[in-house]
Ligand binder design. Sequence first.
Ligand code: HEM
Ligand SMILES: *[C@@H]1O[C@H](CO)[C@@H](O)[C@H](O)[C@H]1NC(C)=O
Length: 354
Amino acid sequence: MTAATLRAAAPRTGSYAKYLVFGGAATVAATAFYFNNNNNKVPQPQKPLKNLLPFLGGSAAKIVNTAEPEQGKTQQDFQQVYNDIAKKIEANGDYDGGKGPYGMLVRLAWHASGTYNQYNGQGGSYGGGMIYAPESSDPENAGLVMAKDFLSEIQYKYPWISRGDLWTLGGVAAIQEASGPKIKWRPGRVNYVDATKIVKNGNLPDATRDASYVRNLFKRLNMSDQETVALIGAHALGSCHEKYSGFDGPWTHSPDVFTNQFYTELLGKWYPKVVQYSGRHQFEDEATHSLMMLPTDMSLKEDEGFRKYVKLYAEDEQLFFKDFAAAFAKLLEGGINFGNAPVWTFKTLEEQHL
Ligand code: HEM
Ligand SMILES: *[C@@H]1O[C@H](CO)[C@@H](O)[C@H](O)[C@H]1NC(C)=O
């Protein structure tokens, strides 16, 4: 039986994991936890579901998704896809009041991956699940239909690429074309063909919360304090939209360029502000009254463990680029076994004189 057949054959009876597919062999792990991830609560281990798991004789196991790269496609084929995304980004520089599509594409790659749960192997970018409810209608994903739509033209031109690969590659292209660091990337995500593997909402972060919430949520994503602070530096790009999240405005003065300015701005002076129509509480900068921070962003400078990295990245953009590139590549691969597949990086349009 191939890994794909095993995955297709494995039964699903709820929101807990019950099988492991690894290198073509099904293995059962010894212990299991049940995670309740409703209402933006960070999943907490609860009692093992012994009586609910007759299939495995009383043990749940971790899901491992095995990468199956698009057959017969080479790095050059994916560079073509990258180039078409990059050209479309370039052609849409006036999108979102001149911010361009960088922000929404990075957010799509992040939210497609940010459902990953390292404790049970569920979620992540593997199946491209955001076309199915409830993931597609998660309030935290509001607005991402624009990013999916932006990439659908590319999907039609290259029907062989999986959604997970396309959405993550879109984020890679946006970072690199915004003058950010090179992001290592590998193909092999496989489309879910129905909603059976879609996890409940509540895995993506709630911006109204504090540092310990952020730490626990990113721990579920298998990220350290350092990786967490590095990743949120992506807020250098794009902005909040009142119509999507209730929050409003950009974090930096150059939301179409990847910089360490999220950290330099964060270390400046901020005062609380209530967004007029949504009533959401955010922060506004004293210097220009034109930038914003979310409560979770502010928590990064209030918490001792996070603050040291905010300072490091504010002082050293090269270090931020290096750490962001590693953490973002890891984020996009959460829960996927790529085996020994070679890691690729793509050339920017500029490097190819395109
Ligand atoms: C505690 C963690 C985080 C919270 C609470 C958070 C929350 C938010 C919110 C509320 C928005 C505004 C959405 C809208 O109104 O359009 C946003 C946008 C954005 N987020 Fe985050 N985020 C977090 C982490 C991250 C991470 C890890 C990344 C990427 C690595 C990221 C990348 C972005 C980008 C690029 C945008 C701009 C989207 C656009 O311009 O359309 N965020 N985030
Ligand atoms: C967690 O991340 C480390 C690298 O930072 C990696 O070696 C490990 O396999 C990851 N574990 C899971 C369960 O994702």
